[in-house]
Design a protein around this ligand. Sequence first.
Ligand SMILES: NC(=O)c1ccc[n+]([C@@H]2O[C@H](COP(=O)([O-])OP(=O)(O)OC[C@H]3O[C@@H](n4cnc5c(N)ncnc54)[C@H](OP(=O)(O)O)[C@@H]3O)[C@@H](O)[C@H]2O)c1
Length: 337
Amino acid sequence: MTGTRQLDLLVIGGTSFVGRAAVAEALRRGHRVTTFNRGRTGPDVPGVRAVRGDRTDAGALAELARHTFDAVLDPGGQVPADVLAAARALRASAPFYAFVSSAAVYRDWTALPWTETASIHEGTADDDGPPDLFTLGPRKSGCERAVFETYGSDAALVVRPGLVVGPHDNVGMLPWWLSRIHLGGTVLAPGDPEQPLQLVDARDVAAFVVDRVEAALGGVFNTMPSVPRTTIGEYLDLCVAATGSAARLVWVPDEVLLEHGAGPWNELPFWLPTAANPAAAWPVDATAARVAGMRCRPPEETVRDTWAWMQTAAPTTGALDHGIGADKEDRILRAYT
Ligand SMILES: NC(=O)c1ccc[n+]([C@@H]2O[C@H](COP(=O)([O-])OP(=O)(O)OC[C@H]3O[C@@H](n4cnc5c(N)ncnc54)[C@H](OP(=O)(O)O)[C@@H]3O)[C@@H](O)[C@H]2O)c1
């Protein structure tokens, strides 16, 4: 234990990435953790009390609510109506609700960097549309509203990560770069190596959430390094070092990539051409979380640990397909070099 009493925590989900890291962190600190999921996405972290069920099933939520918990952690909610139903069902059984939202809730690209008070997408608490990556901003905003409407601002924590990386990555961007660089040869490195990156390790988000849950302190926090702390150039160099690869990175300028139809972000992970985002690649101000005690580990630790994890487990398929195909990469490199 870390000085706090042992807590009884309910984690809705907890078997994939950020939720998994939160479960592992809570167990490491000696808390009792109950996870509630369908048993489809992955195995539970050893040491939890696993309850199988579907969060869209009112009966299953009512059954959960027969137990008391010190807090609910909802790392993966994306459908506001489901979050609302869980919050309402559990309000009397658990006095605190922690929700993992996203920096995708912000919408005003003329007011950068975003602080927690920046304007966010309009979301409604009872929106029951299916999870959809392309409406993530309004949906997460609706989820946040559902939590605050039910729990009030003192008993609700909302964290807003940007792009999350680390072991058990279920997005696929860093794993793609590690795999590509491990393959070796000449590697197309996209754009300006000085492009800033403000990535956060899932384990650091998890530690911050568990800190706040232990102290029962609500609030809304951007959860990432307070400012960009690395660049895409440094990050790909870390991938070379972690994999021990003899790959040679060739930096191809934005205009050449765009001329050849290369796709930012998904096709060439982490790449945001200046033309697509002239203000800043990662325009989020996360000072409040730092002041509240959030610590972010060095990028080299994240890259090294992610590579180590990839040696032991089949990486989870990302929500989107990432990575440029070998033929296209080769074609662009030939045209450029
Ligand atoms: N990755 C990023 O870059 C990024 C950036 C910003 C924000 N975020 C947010 O961070 C969160 C990350 O979530 P995560 O996947 O890491 O959480 P997680 O808790 O580790 O995994 C998601 C869990 O939800 C469970 N689940 C899904 N549908 C369910 C249902 N109907 N009933 C019960 N359980 C269900 C899954 O288990 P079963 O399928 O077995 O039920 C799984 O355990 C997301 O909210 C995401 O929007 C991520």
